[in-house]
Design a protein. Sequence first.
Length: 387
Amino acid sequence: MQPELIADCVHCGFCLPTCPTYSLWHEEMDSPRGRIYLMAGLVDGTIPLSDTVVEHFDRCLGCMACVTACPSGVQYDRLIEQTRDFVEDNHRRGPAERLVRAGIFAVFPHRRRLRAALLFRKLPAPGPLAALKQIAPPWAAPEWPPEHLPGDGPRVAVMAGCVASVVFGDVNQATARVLHAEGYDVHVPRAQGCCGALHAHAGRLDDGVGRAKELASALQGYDYIVTNAAGCGSHLKDHGIANVVDVSELLTTPRAERHPLPMRVAFQDSCHLRHAQGIASAPRAMLDAIPQLERVEPDEQDICCGSAGIYNIVQPATAAELGDRKAGNVLATEPDAYASGNPGCLVQVTAALRRAGRPTPAFHPIELVDASIRGLSPEQVLQEARR
C-alpha cells in the first residue's frame, strides 16, 4: 500500500452516498473513507490484520463509484487493489474460503475447464459452492468468431476473454460482425488467454498483471485491442496495456446503415465502464444511433449490481441483495429488454430477474447494434435472447 495515496483522502464523505455497502449498513468501516482509515492503520502498525479488518475489505465491491465522486482525486482503485494483494499475502483464510477461491481460479480462467464445469450446473451444490449454482447462467455460448474478417480500416484485435468466450461467445461474434460492417480489419486470434482481471481484483495482483502482459504480447501489432467486457478493459488500461478501447468507443459515429429496432431497452451502466474507465456517453450514443430503439435509464445507476468480479461468489448474500435491488430498478422502467456492457452484470442481473419471477431478455449493447445492422425484427431478437 502506498502511504502517499492514503494521504490524499481528506475524509470529506462525498464517497459515502455512492458506496453500495455503506448504503446497506451505514457502517463507517464499510465505506471507502472507513476502509482508508483501516489501510492507514495497517501501514503505521496501529491496526492488526484481523479477521474483522479483512472482512471490511472483502465487503468492498471495487465498483469505483467513490473514485468518480471524490473531489480530491483519491486513487481508491489502486488502494483497494494493493490492499487485497497485501491481505492475500499476509492473512490465512478459513478452509472453506480457500477452497472456493482456489476452485474459482482453477476453473474460470481456463476455457475448457469452464465449459466442463458448466455441464454440472444443474446438480446440487453443497455449502460454500451454493453461490456458484445460484448465479450459474442457464445458457452457454462457446462459439468463436472467424479469426479474420478483412477490411480496409484500422487493424483491430477482439479480446475474446476467458469466461466471456464460453458464456458470451455470441457477444464476441456480434462484436466482430459490427466492427467488420463498420470497415475495420477484424482479427480474433485464438492464441489469447485470460487478461488477469479476476486475479487482480481478488488480491492476486502479480498474477493479474502478468496475465495482462502476456495477453498484450499475444495481441501486439494491432491498431486497437477491443474489449466488450468492462472489467477486462479497465484492468488492461490500469496496467498500461497500450491501445485498449471498449468497443463502444469505436462506434459513436456510425458508418454502417442501422435499420429500425423498435424496442424499449433498460440500459445499465457497468461500474468498470462508468467509473473505472470514465466512459458513459459512448455506449449511450451507440444505442441511440439505432432507429426507433428507446433507451430508458433505471434508477441508481451509480450503485453496483453486486457482480464485481468474484464478489457474487465470495459475498453471495450482499451480492444477491444488490442484484435484487438492481433488478427492481430495471423492472420499474417496464422494458422489453435489459442491456449492460459487461458479462458479469448480465449474469448477475439476469439471475436476479429470474429470482423475481420476471426473466427479461438481456443483451450486451453490441448485440442490439448487430441486430439493427442485420435488419432483424424485434420478434426475432427477443425470441432468441438469453434470460
